[in-house]
Design a protein. Structure first.
Length: 285
């Protein structure tokens, strides 16, 4: 039964234009963020000539991921909210009883689409880096670093998609499923983060949902970038350098990427559980 439900969810996804409509900005943002590597490298060279490659591609991956994940989240949110809008949720629940099985099938199917979003983001951000730096593969750093940051980016995209599925099941309203995440990520949390800077509660900032999501990639990419550029002088790198990089590329100074991962997994689990409970109790017509 579960295999049939998952197949049905994939058919729903690929028979609409939403999945590629939201994938298009991921492509553009990924390539655009990657192409910034060339001007940034030129700026660094104008300040100080380095005798080692500058892996700006790692920071580009972080930037593109942290801007693009909202589209994966919105796509996931429409998993349920879109069905309530189109009135197909009744048929879905009747043919996929119990309702928990429907949620499970959507989580599996939308994880696959989130994986596509994540891989696409990594590929186009990397392509943009190559174009922006004149095909300089040194912009990626070591292969291990690029693979680590890229994998973190793919994982982040999948988790945002799953959180979106849970949120969509919770609100069951297509308008709210789109507007609320946008308002929170780009207004509410942005203001909160600014207010928390330098305050006694500044330690709370890394645990906010958006910052935690950004930190999965950025808290890995920034230290790897500094280590590659500074070399043996890394221990003497001023904290201000890290904080400036985190300000532009996401994450938080001194906060490990795995802590951000665990925090965001917790948020995703809460929304999924809330969506499950809400969908069980919600009446359908």
């Amino acid at each position: 039964m579960m295999v049939a439900l998952v197949k049905a969810e994939f058919r729903k996804v690929f028979t609409t234009s939403l999945w590629w409509g939201l994938l298009a900005p991921v492509v553009l943002l990924g390539f655009g963020a990657g192409s910034l590597g060339g001007p940034m490298a030129a700026l660094i060279d104008s300040v100080e000539e380095l005798d080692r490659p500058v892996p700006l591609g790692l920071l580009s991956l972080s930037m593109s991921t942290n801007f693009s994940t909202i589209f994966a989240g919105l796509f996931g949110a429409m998993a349920f909210a879109g069905e309530y809008r189109s009135k197909t949720i009744t048929t879905t629940f009747l043919t996929g009883n119990p309702r928990g099985a429907v949620l499970a099938a959507k989580l599996v199917a939308y994880s696959g689409i989130g994986l596509i979003y994540g891989v696409t983001n990594v590929l186009f951000a990397s392509l943009g880096s190559l174009v922006g730096t004149g095909l300089d593969f040194g912009t990626f750093g070591s292969l291990a670093d690029w693979l680590s940051v890229g994998a973190a980016g793919v994982l982040t995209m999948v988790l945002w998609t799953l959180l979106g599925v849970g949120f969509g099941a919770l609100v069951a309203n297509a308008v709210l499923a789109i507007i609320l995440p946008l308002i929170y990520k780009f207004m509410v949390e942005f203001i909160l983060s600014l207010v928390l800077i330098g305050s006694p509660l500044s330690g709370v900032s890394p645990y906010l949902p958006g910052t935690a999501g950004n930190g999965i990639v950025a808290n890995m990419a920034v230290p790897l970038f500094v280590a590659a550029v500074a070399g043996p002088d890394e221990p003497d790198t001023p904290r201000a350098i890290f904080e400036i990089l985190h300000f532009f590329f996401g994450g938080s100074y001194g906060h490990p990427w795995w802590a951000s991962l665990l925090t965001f997994v917790g948020y995703a689990a809460v929304f999924i559980a809330g969506g499950w409970l809400a969908s069980r109790r919600r009446d359908i017509a």
